[in-house]
Design a protein around this ligand. Sequence first.
Ligand SMILES: [Zn+2]
Length: 235
Amino acid sequence: MIQAEMLQYQSIDRELNRIEKELKKNEFFVKSKQYKALHQGCEDNIAKSESKAAELRNQLAAARQNMAEINGVLDEYYKEIEEVEGEDELNYMSKKLNEQLDMLASLEREIKRISHEGEEIVKTLDDINSKLPKIISLYAKCKEEFNKVAESAKPRINELRQKQAALKAKIDPKLLEEYQKVAAVDSKPVFVPLRDGVRCGGCQMEMPKAVVDTQFANKDFIRCEHCGHLIYKEQ
Ligand SMILES: [Zn+2]
């Protein structure tokens, strides 16, 4: 037999768990979590877009710098070409010129790509910014509604906690410690009654009667080897 206070404590724990579960199922709680996640998603996207935009600005600056350098080289080449004599030299210069012109064309493509990606970022940000205020206001509304529900559950929760505190003072600390160890990892009742003198009241596993009797000889409760719950004998 274990202390009646321990079992009362457990049943209050069960009720507190039920209240908490109900609160978590509340539609405003569920929605506020969804809006919060959406908001976070938007913020993440904004941050990602901004870092991408910074990267594009750097790429654009580098491309412009390269372009200026190529234009400088081209100016030189044009001047040199005017002074070229002979076909071989002209061919050579024309090859070098074409190389620079190819590089210029590829830079132009690069700048086009950067500008296209930049436009995409602007679109993304516009899209986020148009949705964000609504998400934020819906989140606030759901949170406010949920707070009202949570507030209305508070008196009952406080009452139960006070009862638990009073019971706790009467429960053997070692017993409570055993209870809390199991309760921390399992939401089902920790203490379960022995059924028919041989079965665990938690998982219904049957144990040899001799084993049960031996184990209970000097203990108030035994641990079910199958489900880990603490089995006690009902009076
Ligand atoms: Zn069991």
